[in-house]
Design a protein around this ligand. Structure first.
Ligand code: DCP
Ligand code: CA
Length: 406
């Protein structure tokens, strides 16, 4: 059966939220990511700034050189999350077959919905209108028989776009587009394809499968299917979170152990709070480090018993950190901690163990206070040190890369 899939993506999301809150920013070159003298990168650029060549991922300093008149904003994650939740709630009103992909992007399976709205195009216009009315933001919508084609269509229609790719036209729609437009093609894949003389999507579809496989392994096959407009991935409503992590990039590379420890403690508490909020326990703890030369390592430890306490997450992370840094000379650029393999809490046999019980009561008491007064209302001994280093925000310390530090 032919499916009808919509991909909905908000335009210049972080910037658009800022423009709703401060209408003076509308129609101007605006960049969210931080002040240009900081070392972060552009998270989101208004279309006015993009006209100067500014784009996401670009160092702020470069952006300010290309577009000196741009207005640079730090950005604040809680506002974006709140808008995102309202966005997803609007979409859920239109179809229960909703798969959020990121904060500002989702797939809807709308197969058969034309009978309700007259046509799928009318349904898409109604969705765009509600988003505009309630959030004040423009959305772009792509409609096709598969996820990959719907996504390319919404991207191509931006800003404020609506593009329908009819059934049977998938391959010819993709054919002339540059290879970078195909989801899944990163910088490296693009480079390799270019050296092979492949410039548009049609040329990928025409490559022998064996050649694609020899260069890209198993992903070669997916590449071939996507390039041919074939993609039978379902729209999947979210199961529960599979992992929770927090990370931050430092303003200045460091090997100050006690500072790294304090940051790890803070990030562990954020992960723990989220874990308990979701009513889950974790079996696996992962530490992530990026060194000054951008080499990134992860180290993982499986717990003997699933756990949700800040202390266990931190202790495990700290052991992994000590081991990783024991013979390490490089400075650390980024640190992150995560939990995965999430399970429903087991009725703990060792609840009779009074220290585990005290720990649990302590975590919950702290969670309650933080829910009421904000995350930094309570400091544990180790994170006190961070007070002078990171500016405080209601939701916690403002980390260097707000969008990546959820
Ligand atoms: N984002 C980020 N860092 C990046 C890319 C994105 O922090 N390198 C954040 C900011 C964006 C949001 O995610 O606003 C959504 O990403 P998109 O790629 O959808 O970009 P925009 O919504 O900003 O623009 P577009 O109109 O192209 O969708
Ligand atoms: Ca977007």
């Amino acid at each position: 059966m032919t499916r009808t899939i919509m991909h909905i993506d908000l335009d210049a999301f972080f910037v658009s939220v800022e423009q709703v809150l401060n209408p003076e920013l509308r129609g101007k070159p605006v960049v969210v990511g931080g002040r240009p003298d900081r070392r972060g990168v552009v998270a989101s650029a208004s279309y006015e700034a993009r006209a100067f060549g500014v784009h996401a991922g670009m160092p702020l300093a470069t952006a300010s050189r290309l577009c000196p008149q741009a207005i640079f904003i730090e950005g604040s994650f809680p506002k974006y999350r709140e808008t995102s939740q309202r966005f997803m709630a609007i979409l859920a009103d239109f179809s229960p077959f909703l798969e959020p992909v990121s904060l500002d992007e989702a797939y809807l399976d709308v197969t058969g919905f034309e009978s309700i709205y007259g046509s799928i195009r009318q349904m898409a216009m109604a969705i765009k209108q509600r988003i505009k009315d309630e959030l004040g933001i423009c959305a772009s919508v792509g409609i096709a028989t598969s996820k990959v084609v719907a996504k390319v269509a919404s991207e191509l229609s931006k800003p404020d776009g609506l593009l329908v790719v009819e059934a049977g036209k998938e391959r010819s729609f993709l054919a002339p587009l540059p290879i970078a437009e195909l989801p899944g093609i990163g910088k490296r894949t693009e480079q390799i394809l270019k050296t092979l003389g492949i410039n548009n999507i049609e040329e990928i579809a025409n490559m022998p499968l064996s050649a694609l496989k020899s260069h890209f392994g198993a992903s070669g096959e997916i590449l071939h299917r996507y390039a041919s407009g074939i993609d039978d991935r379902e729209v999947e409503s979210p199961g529960e979170a599979k992992s929770i992590s927090r990370e931050t990039t430092f303003g200045k590379d460091t090997k100050d152990r006690s500072f790294l420890k304090a940051t790890l403690r803070y990030l562990s508490e954020r992960v723990g709070a989220e874990l308990r909020e979701q009513g889950k326990q974790a079996r696996c703890v992962t530490l992530k480090l990026r060194y000054a030369d951008f080499t990134t390592i992860t180290r993982q430890h499986t717990l003997r018993q699933s756990d949700d306490s800040d202390q266990t997450i931190f202790d495990t992370g700290l052991r992994l950190l000590k081991r990783a840094l024991s013979a390490e000379k490089r400075l650390v650029r980024l640190i992150g901690i995560g939990v995965s393999n999430l399970v429903e809490p087991e009725r703990q046999l060792d609840m009779l163990d009074s220290s585990a019980q005290r720990q649990e009561q302590l975590d919950r008491a702290i969670d309650r206070i933080r829910r009421k007064y904000g995350f930094t209302a309570i400091q544990t001994g180790r994170t006190m040190r961070l007070k002078d280093i990171f500016p405080e925000a209601e939701e916690g310390y403002t980390l260097q890369t707000p969008s990546l530090s959820r």
